[in-house]
Design a protein around this ligand. Structure first.
Ligand code: AMP
Length: 112
């Protein structure tokens, strides 16, 4: 499958890894929009939040168990934002489920 994040997961495209286990990978966004900008992805291909189902919900829950640990490890003690863009209206540019973690400084009050 010609999926950018699947290629990153397989190591075919380089990334700066921050956390990895058997189910998920967290790496630095190549075009950071905050002092700390990470992406957390399931290793199994899921197109977006729209495709979360009983079958993959366990991995999504695992992502959300790991996010606070990753945030702590990255020093985001004053807070952070978790975002997932879904589809063209939200400007999703990579069709592999991912959660942005943004932090490391004061973020905008606006989300859209
Ligand atoms: P989205 O627009 O919500 O689909 O987010 C996709 C994110 O992937 C964007 O923030 C991009 O900067 C990021 N991105 C694209 N290519 C790479 C790459 N090779 N390594 C790390 N992040 C990437």
């Amino acid at each position: 499958m010609d999926c950018l994040f699947c290629k990153i997961i397989k190591g075919e495209i380089p990334s700066v890894k921050v956390y990895e286990d058997e189910k998920i990978l967290c790496f630095r966004d190549i075009a950071p929009q905050a002092p700390v900008h990470l992406l957390v992805v399931p290793k199994a291909h899921v197109p977006s939040v729209d495709a979360i189902s009983k079958e993959n919900a366990g991995t999504v829950a695992h992502i959300f168990e790991c996010i606070p640990k990753i945030a702590k490890q990255q020093g985001l003690s004053k807070g952070y934002r978790v975002i997932s863009n879904v589809g063209p209206d939200a400007c999703q540019s990579v069709p592999h489920l991912h959660f942005h973690i943004l932090g490391g400084g004061q973020l905008s009050e606006k989300m859209a």
